[in-house]
Design a protein around this ligand. Structure first.
Ligand SMILES: Nc1ncnc2c1ncn2[C@@H]1O[C@H](COP(=O)(O)OP(=O)(O)OP(=O)(O)O)[C@@H](O)[C@H]1O
Ligand SMILES: [Mg+2]
Length: 240
């Protein structure tokens, strides 16, 4: 469970990039967070994952504050950032072992987990190559595998489908559904509205640092009484 309470953040004086954000992502839920460029998505992710400190408010991960109990809070998070271009000189297997070390995954479990995940994403045979030789999609996949190794309760994914081929994208969506079904949390950030329609239990829309809507897609259609496509609806909600 992720609970964001009254969180604000400014990078420069008198301009709040996030303004009094209140949001709860429950156990057993896939929650999609949408917003136009510059709306505050990355800033929100950086605060949830403890990379940035909020100026005001607090964020609880399974009841642990990211401010006052950061290690416990972070242990419960699996994070897939939007850019998978990191640790390029490591071999795939070295990266996964590094992630397993960071998250204290026991040696026996990790072997089995690495095999299971990388076979699912069809990168098992590439684990002995350096990540810099991987394609964008393969880099995305290895980062996803690294984030899921410790079986974290809360998945935070920033545009995870970007760069994935249809099969891997399908597999990841199925994994997200299974994760939520087992009572855990999936919080993901994205642009592709059709994905939202297919897998999200609820969505939140952020615009200029403020949450402008939270609810199911049905509620969104109902509230804005728009007969057009989801895309038109989104544009209307986030318009000036
Ligand atoms: N390091 C920074 N210094 C100053 N302003 C920043 C910084 N990072 C972000 N901002 C500002 O904060 C606001 C929110 O930015 P953020 O990166 O969170 O948006 P986003 O929703 O992730 O956008 P995108 O879809 O383009 O990734 C923007 O107005 C941006 O200019
Ligand atoms: Mg961003």
């Amino acid at each position: 469970m992720i609970k964001i309470s009254n969180v604000s953040k400014s990078y420069v004086k008198n301009k709040k990039s996030i303004d009094s954000l209140d949001l709860e992502v429950k156990n057993g839920e896939i929650f999609g967070f949408l917003g136009p460029n510059g709306a505050g998505k990355t800033t929100t992710i950086r605060m949830i994952t403890g990379i940035l400190n909020p100026d005001e408010g607090d964020i609880l991960i399974d009841g642990n504050s990211i401010k006052t109990n950061p290690i416990e809070a972070k242990k419960a998070i699996g994070f897939v950032p939007d850019s998978p271009d990191m640790f390029l000189r490591l071999k795939g297997i070295e990266y996964l072992n590094f992630m397993a070390d960071v998250y204290d995954v026991p040696v026996e479990t990790r072997k089995q987990k690495i095999e299971e995940l990388t076979k699912k994403f069809e990168i098992y045979d590439d684990l002995n190559s350096q990540i810099q030789s991987y394609s964008h999609g393969m880099r995305q996949k290895i980062v996803i595998c690294g984030a899921l190794l410790s079986e974290p309760k809360n998945w935070i994914l920033d545009e995870p489908m970007t760069g994935l081929d249809p099969k891997s994208s399908y597999d990841l969506k199925e994994m997200m559904k299974a994760h939520a079904k087992s009572g855990k949390t999936v919080f993901f950030f994205f642009f592709v509205l059709e994905v939202a329609e297919k897998i999200c239990d609820r969505v939140g829309i952020i615009n200029k640092g403020k949450l402008v809507f939270v609810g199911t897609l049905e509620e969104m259609k109902e509230k804005f009484k728009e007969n057009g496509s989801l895309e038109e609806l989104f544009l209307e909600i986030t318009e000036e």
